[in-house]
Ligand binder design. Structure first.
Ligand SMILES: [Zn+2]
Length: 181
């Protein structure tokens, strides 16, 4: 019982937010441009990055940097496409953040938070730590007023012709709160 109240208190003070590593904490680059997003948004869109997965902060940081370089230098985008990345290590890596329009799901970009799980999840799921971190991130966004409490959760494939976020993981997020194909 005491433990329950202690957790409840922690949750209130921290607004149930997971550890979010800021761009500067993971060594990400500053954006070359940005468009402000009107919040709270109505949607959360889940992705996989389709590259290698990672299970340590060191490797996840390397992956995040490589994804950002690909998006900025390869695609010519302002910044990494996702609002947030989630590593198999259970850390959230800040991308464009809560208040900047992402580049992850055309049409949905200005009205959603795009969360990219580092790795390919066609035949396996992200770690439980990663899944819990993302669920906590969504609750955090709702409690901080960046995501509507009535938000709808979608997989990228529900918004465009793509396999993202991978068959196995897609079947998992279909069981998450507020999912709607
Ligand atoms: Zn995607």
């Amino acid at each position: 019982m005491l433990r329950f109240f202690a957790l409840l208190a922690l949750c209130t003070f921290a607004q149930c937010c997971p550890t979010i590593l800021t761009k500067s904490q993971w060594g990400g680059r500053a954006p070359s441009c940005r468009s402000a997003m009107v919040t709270p948004v109505s949607y959360v869109v889940i992705h996989h990055t389709e590259g290698n997965d990672c299970f340590s902060r060191a490797i996840c940081t390397t992956q995040a940097k490589s994804i950002q370089s690909y998006h900025m230098d390869g695609n010519g985008w302002c910044d990494i496409g996702y609002n947030f990345l989630v590593g198999g290590d259970g850390f959230i890596y800040e991308g464009r953040g809560w208040t900047t329009i992402g580049a992850h799901s055309p049409i949905y970009n200005p009205i959603s938070i795009g969360i990219g799980f580092i790795g390919s999840f066609t035949s396996s799921n992200p770690t439980i730590a990663a899944q819990n971190a993302a669920k906590s991130l969504i609750s955090c966004g709702v409690s901080r007023g960046y995501i509507k409490p009535s938000y709808i959760l979608k997989g990228h494939r529900n918004t465009a012709a793509t396999d993202c976020p991978g068959n196995t993981f897609y079947n998992t997020i279909r069981t998450w709160p507020r999912f709607q194909a």
